[in-house]
Design a protein around this ligand. Structure first.
Ligand code: 6PG
Length: 237
């Protein structure tokens, strides 16, 4: 895991936007398209806003970019808890991305139906093999979860592509659909975004202790090329 420590959240967000653009260009050279799964939560919002603004938006090949989601809360797409709504307001509605290239987890459905529908959506682009994203953005929860793969949950061991999960301890407490670990591990590049003092403890445990991996799903991710973008606040004493 390459750990990049930046001055603050803004610098992390700018570095993440630059990394996404560089990855998009390499993907385009390799396959003629760029596939990315966006992270949920609040940390990546600034990255999305930067990608939608000058100069970054002009550098992304939006017409050949396919946007998926790492996980979604089971709420309608206009709900305040929707990861899609966050990404749409900050980025997707502001750039020339074909609507058919936005692959939303349908939070308005029942969880199992939404997970099955997403599996079909993934197969439509990746075929029957385990999806291989050019880039998956991931956040890091205080309990070590990432996407909606939570400690001690069955999602840790499921060899699926997308699955529904209900986690009483999750914040907000709502059912979710998540990409499964085999998909995260099969990505060409994974970038974790974790900033702010409240991530210090979980990052310390994730990077520096031999904590049992089933307690820290984020520490179970093993992709070919992994980066952690964090800031000085996390490392301040
Ligand atoms: C979700 C997210 C989740 C998130 C982490 C960090 O839907 O809740 O996918 O995995 O990335 O909980 O959230 P923050 O960025 O808000 O700290």
């Amino acid at each position: 895991m390459d750990v990049h420590i930046h001055a603050d959240h803004e610098a992390v967000s700018r570095a993440a936007a630059e990394l996404i653009i560089a990855t998009a260009h390499r993907a385009l050279e390799r396959s003629g398209r760029f596939t990315i799964a966006l992270a949920g939560g609040s940390t990546p919002k600034r990255t999305y806003e930067l990608l939608a603004a000058d100069p970054f938006w002009r550098a992304v090949p939006w017409d050949r970019t396919h946007v998926f989601f790492g996980d979604e809360r089971m709420v309608p797409p206009d709900h305040e808890w929707s990861n899609y709504r966050t990404a749409s307001e900050a980025l997707l509605s502001r750039v020339p991305l074909p609507r058919s290239n936005v692959h939303r987890m349908r939070g308005e459905l029942e969880p199992e139906s939404a997970a099955q529908a997403y599996g079909a959506e993934l197969r439509s682009l990746f075929g029957e093999d385990v999806p291989c994203f050019d880039l998956i953005l991931l956040g890091l929860g205080p309990d070590g979860h990432t996407a909606s793969i939570f400690p001690d949950s069955r999602t840790i061991t499921e060899s699926c592509t997308a699955t529904a999960v209900k986690v009483p301890s999750a914040e907000p407490e709502v059912a979710r659909v998540t990409l499964c670990l085999p998909v995260l591990n099969n990505a060409r590049k994974v970038v974790f975004l974790a900033t702010g003092r409240d991530k210090k403890s979980v990052l310390d445990k994730m990077l520096n202790t031999k904590t049992a991996k089933h307690l820290f799903p984020a520490a179970m991710v093993r992709a070919a090329d992994m980066h952690l973008l964090t800031d000085q606040q996390v490392h301040a004493d």
